[in-house]
Design a protein around this ligand. Structure first.
Ligand SMILES: C[S@@+](CC[C@H](N)C(=O)[O-])C[C@H]1O[C@@H](n2cnc3c(N)ncnc32)[C@H](O)[C@@H]1O
Length: 273
């Protein structure tokens, strides 16, 4: 369908001013990208508006937990002032990871999760954590050298401000980056990228997007995790998610191996030696 730029702009502004999204500062590039896709799949303006809101909701809303990020950023500074032991720092991180579904589900096997990954990839010098949410609070379990660079990407500015406060206090080599990893895929060279529990949703936003993202990344290892079971826990998603990854790398000369860590399937994609 054909629509004037002013109509698209009004849809973007409505989102940017809405109570649901205004504090998040979702990158404009994300909103434009979702609109560009949905224009091709909508017959009328009304349908475009509905499809745009639905797609945006699917990208952002399932992970809008009730964390007060400015408060949490202030709490980080208080914690730093206490010069916490590693055990105290871990306990604090667990209490925050509990507040977000993806990291909460990983708490029972946090230690073995990162051990399984680094046993395969070796100890990385630079890690990209793509669509990170609160996964960077797992840093105390990763047991990395202090020199390791850790670049964490997300769309949600207040969450990133909180993570940056955490990094400044405890991991000065880490950075929180406000960037849509699909529209502006990171080109930073790294030995390892994490892409946990998001590939299935990225593919829903725009079919073929994992293939696009995986090709753009300048990394040696891409470690993708996906849930091995559905939310009820009754049905295996292994075959379905394996197909998703196989489609995303079809025709490439990359090596794929898999492993299981807790209830996540780990896909190790080695792009080069
Ligand atoms: C399912 S959670 C990810 C969980 C995290 N990787 C983990 O396993 O703990 C989804 C997160 O991805 C972010 N996100 C979704 N699409 C993104 C994109 N295109 N670029 C950057 N971040 C994105 C969301 O803001 C949200 O914080």
């Amino acid at each position: 369908m054909n629509v004037e730029a002013s109509f698209l702009d009004s849809l973007i502004q409505a989102v940017q001013c809405s109570r649901k999204y205004r504090d998040l500062q979702i990158p404009r590039a994300t909103l434009e990208d979702i609109l560009a896709y949905e224009i091709q799949h909508s017959a009328t303006r009304k349908e475009l508006e509905a499809n745009f809101r639905k797609s945006l909701h699917n990208v952002i809303a399932p992970y809008l937990e009730s964390i007060d990020y400015p408060d949490e950023a202030a709490a980080v500074l208080e914690l730093r002032a206490q010069k916490p032991s590693t055990e105290t720092l871990k306990a604090w991180c667990v209490s925050r990871m509990r507040l977000h579904a993806s990291s909460r589900e990983r708490l029972l096997f946090l230690e073995s999760f990162y051990q399984t990954i680094f046993a395969k990839t070796g100890t990385p010098k630079t890690i990209l954590d793509l669509a990170c949410a609160l996964d960077p609070l797992g840093l105390p379990w990763m047991d990395l050298p202090a020199s390791t660079r850790f670049l964490a990407y997300d769309l949600h500015q207040p969450r990133l401000d909180f993570l940056q406060a955490f990094f400044d206090s405890f991991y000065p080599q880490a950075r929180a980056i406000h960037q849509d990893i699909l529209v502006e895929s990171p080109t930073e060279a790294a030995d390892c990228a994490f892409f946990f529990k998001e590939a299935h949703r990225l593919e829903k936003r725009r079919p073929g997007s994992n293939r696009e993202l995986f090709a753009a990344l300048n990394v040696r290892w891409l470690v993708v995790s996906l849930p091995s079971r559905d939310l009820s826990g009754h049905h295996s998603l292994e075959a379905y998610h394996t197909q998703l990854i196989e489609r995303a790398i079809a025709g490439q000369s990359w090596q794929l191996t898999t492993d299981l860590a807790g209830d996540e399937i780990l896909f190790f994609i080695q792009k080069h030696d």
